[in-house]
Design a protein around this ligand. Structure first.
Ligand code: SF4
Length: 265
């Protein structure tokens, strides 16, 4: 199957699997928590906090955190949040179930201070009109605790789910274990047979980014959501992939997948 056909189908899946009007895709949180993180007009810092917290935990925990903070602060303007005492931050984070609660109780107020000091309290200036995707990713990277994965995911969400118009160069794909696995099984990225495990992991992450740039130069990060979503929905890591159910079943070469997987497809 030509690579172009696989990429077209992957992008089609990405577009069709978005839920119009719900904002951030792929999370299942209570409506008031969703309303808050979707309110980029009044509370753009809610989006930033959730992105920073979306690490080593279930996304639902991270994206529900702004609402828990609003309840604790009695409001969600920047000053109200910054007035929250340290113990209150620690308490909200500990109750959230976030495995990095202690770290987040330090990083999230630091993020608000960065928004206050660098952006005059208005986080939407991070993605100000006329910005390129690369510039917005670079601005996210300036937050303490934000690495390339979170920075690229944040910008890709802004473009994909909030239709924020950014110019080229657009953001990269975010290196993620699900995305890597799906790229390998779709035959888009060869596996490496190197002697050092760390070398494989690091290089394969970089190769994934470069490959996405080759395959989707106008917006490499467009491949992020559909590959991640496939990896969590059908193309599992710890059990056999459900190829018979998978959207990509008709075009996927199933590289490295045991022939019994997806029986019935
Ligand atoms: S067809 Fe199977 S191997 Fe290919 S992406 Fe879907 S679940 Fe993964």
């Amino acid at each position: 199957m030509p690579v172009d056909d696989i990429i077209s189908q992957l992008k089609r899946f990405g577009a069709e699997s978005l839920e119009p009007g719900v904002g951030v895709s792929g999370i299942d949180i209570e409506p008031s928590a969703r309303d808050l993180v979707n309110d980029l007009e009044r509370y753009p810092h809610a989006f930033v906090l959730a992105c920073i917290a979306d690490r080593r935990t279930k996304s639902d925990i991270a994206w529900s955190l702004p609402l828990a903070l609003r309840k604790a602060a009695g409001g969600f303007d920047l000053d109200a949040l910054l007035r929250l005492p340290e113990e209150e931050w620690a308490s909200v984070l500990a109750s959230s179930g976030h495995p990095l609660a202690t770290t987040m109780a330090r990083l999230l107020p630091a993020a608000l201070r960065h928004i206050r000091d660098r952006y005059g309290g208005d986080a939407s200036r991070i993605w100000a009109d006329g910005s390129s995707g690369a510039a917005v990713a670079r601005r996210f990277l300036a937050f303490d605790g934000v690495g390339p994965k979170i920075a690229n995911v944040a910008v890709n969400i802004l473009i994909r789910d909030f239709h924020i118009g950014l110019t080229t160069p657009m953001p990269d794909i975010a290196v993620d274990t699900h995305v890597l696995r799906v790229f390998e099984r779709l035959g888009l990225l060869d596996r490496l047979e190197h002697s050092q495990l760390r070398s494989i992991r690091d290089k394969q992450g970089l190769r994934l980014q470069l490959r996405a740039r080759e395959l989707s130069p106008e917006w490499p990060g467009e491949l992020d959501w559909p590959a991640w979503h496939l990896g969590t929905k059908w193309c599992h890591a710890g059990r056999a992939p459900e190829c018979g159910e998978c959207y990509m079943g008709s075009v996927c070469p199933r590289v490295g997948v045991a022939s019994s997987a997806g029986a019935g497809s």
